[in-house]
Design a protein. Structure first.
Length: 501
């Protein structure tokens, strides 16, 4: 049995803690914030409820496995609901596309209805290839520990496999090569934003994301996806995990270059045999760990990578109901290329006509009554920095957040959906708020952006160069988003069993 300290009670920290506890370890989670969940959260106010982080849940099998292996089925704890229809898309030219939640064939039929038969056939072709990509990468990469170049080598044994994955093809290029309709390119490009990345640099393998959605369905949790954080914490506690909130860790303490424990901001020292960090990897390597030759190489690799972008969030408590919406709604902007340029540059946000996403769950537990709606609006946005770092915006600039919020609502109105006179109250959460709440530098949602063929293999690995220190969560291997974070937690729980201390 080991004494394990987990830094952070995000989805990754809670999941690994529950798994480690059933293996007989003594686990303490130290969370800087006032609540569990990190980015995974449902905010409730005046009968309205909003998922302020994940609003789309895929591959629930990952969490089904966790819940079964730690005591009882996920469905005993949450009301898992398949979302149908899945997405309402409105392109800049006014074309509307209502997509089903599940079924590649059904999705292609909807695409055919909106964009024509050729688009439908081309989408099917790309999803067929994406299915092969998923088969090739799932077990050897996403569900296996990262092992430097050896991990990449596992994928390159057969020329036909390399051709399928297209390691040197970007997602955008895959779309341009495969689709005759630019609107379909825009649709595929959007999936790069699920990793906070630019589709012109992100690998073609991200086409697996729509494949997964359309094959395994998209899911909601009754009352809000953030409920998952609460039930994960309950499960961890039931297995004996202690969770302390308001407990920011200032540093990871080493003795003879191995883990000795952690020191909290208030000076308290907590001894540990193993430390698992769910905090952003950059925060871990640049702030929490002492400078040492062990971490030089990782710090150098991290400093050369782009961080993923952030999000500008508006929570709208609305009077009345809006017709024609789906659970997930996307209003594309007219110039996706300019939009992605802006996300990594310092152009003022307000000049843009951005793509706007709104999650509007038809969930009685998330609104006061049937005559109201809770809207979670998300616009991809440059990261926050108060010091003018390249590719960032100072989101604390007085008036900026309110002005940009008004701009987003005006843009939505210009695209046919004006909700301004129905707003009872609204709350804005900027990348600066996300940084404050989760200690993710700049409010990056997904750690490092996916950039180029090797980005998967350059992600911080779950086993660190410091003996006894492990990394879990969206900024480490295999990546961000609830499914990958859950897979990473499983790998770390296995790895600690093999750790020597
Ligand atoms: C706006 C938004 C929309 C998203 N949409 C989706 C979606 O639709 N679907 C999806 O699957 N994913 C989505 N995601 C991504 C998903 O939320 C994350 O990938 C996942 O929740 C990350 O979990 P985590 O455990 O890695 O980290 P986090 O949730 O960031 O948790 C890390 C925790 O560590 C704590 N911490 C950090 N430093 C310290 C310290 N020094 N001491 C103590 N505690 C510390 C933080 O306070 C935090 O609670 C979204 C995220 C955001 C922000």
């Amino acid at each position: 049995m080991s004494r394990i300290v987990v830094i952070g009670a995000g989805a990754g920290g809670l999941a690994v803690a529950a798994r480690a506890a059933v293996k007989g370890h003594q686990v303490l989670i130290l969370e800087q914030g006032s609540r569990v969940g990190g980015k995974l959260h449902t905010l409730r106010q005046d009968g309205f409820a909003f998922d302020t982080g994940p609003s789309l849940f895929t591959l629930p099998a990952v969490y089904r496995d966790l819940f079964l292996k730690t005591g009882a089925a996920l469905e005993d704890s949450v009301d898992l609901q398949e979302v149908e229809p899945g997405f309402f898309y409105r392109f800049a030219d006014g074309t509307e596309l209502l997509m089903p939640g599940v079924g590649v064939g059904r999705a292609s039929t909807s695409i055919g209805d909106a964009l024509g038969g050729q688009a439908a056939a081309e989408w099917l072709g790309v999803m067929r290839r994406a299915g092969q990509m998923w088969q090739l990468t799932r077990a050897p990469i996403l569900q296996s520990p990262l092992d430097g170049w050896r991990s990449a080598a596992r994928l390159t044994r057969k020329v036909s496999d390399v051709r399928t994955i297209g390691p040197f093809t970007s997602l955008h290029r895959l779309g341009r090569q495969s689709f005759s309709d630019p609107r379909l390119v825009t649709l595929l490009d959007r999936y790069a934003t699920y990793t906070g990345s630019d589709p012109r640099r992100a690998p073609a393998a991200l086409a697996t994301i729509p494949f997964i959605e359309q094959t395994f369905g998209i899911w909601h949790i009754g009352g809000g996806i953030g409920t998952l954080a609460t039930v994960l914490a309950d499960r961890a506690r039931e297995r004996g995990v202690e969770i302390r909130t308001h407990s920011p860790v200032a540093s990871i303490v080493l003795r003879d270059d191995s883990i000795a424990g952690v020191q909290l901001v208030d000076g308290e020292q907590v001894e540990a045999d193993l430390v698992i960090s769910d905090a952003d990897a950059q925060h871990v390597y640049s702030t929490l760990l002492p400078k040492s030759s062990l971490t030089t190489r990782v710090n150098r690799t991290l400093s050369k990578q782009d961080r993923s972008f952030s999000g500008f969030v508006m929570l709208l408590a609305l009077r009345g109901r809006t017709s024609g919406l789906a659970h997930h709604n996307v209003w594309f902007g007219p110039d996706p290329g300019a939009e992605f340029d802006q996300l990594f540059s310092r152009n003022p946000a307000a000049n843009l006509k951005p793509t706007i996403y709104a999650c509007v769950p038809d969930d009685p537990l998330m609104r006061p009554d049937a005559d109201h709606e809770s809207w979670f609006v998300l616009v991809n946005s440059p990261r926050h920095s108060a010091t003018g770092e390249a590719g960032t915006i100072n989101w604390r600039t007085p008036g900026l957040a309110d002005d940009y919020g008004a701009h987003v609502l005006a843009e939505l109105a210009a695209r046919g959906t004006d909700v301004r006179d129905r707003i009872l109250w609204q709350q804005i959460q900027t990348p600066a708020d996300l940084e404050h709440d989760t200690a993710a530098p700049g409010g990056s949602i997904y750690g490092m952006a996916s950039r180029g063929a090797m980005s998967t293999f350059r992600r911080p690995s779950n086993s660190s160069p410091v003996p006894g220190l492990f990394l879990v969560g969206g900024s480490a291997h295999p990546g961000g988003g609830l499914p990958l974070v859950g897979m990473g937690a499983e790998m770390v729980a296995e790895a600690i069993g093999r750790a020597k201390h």
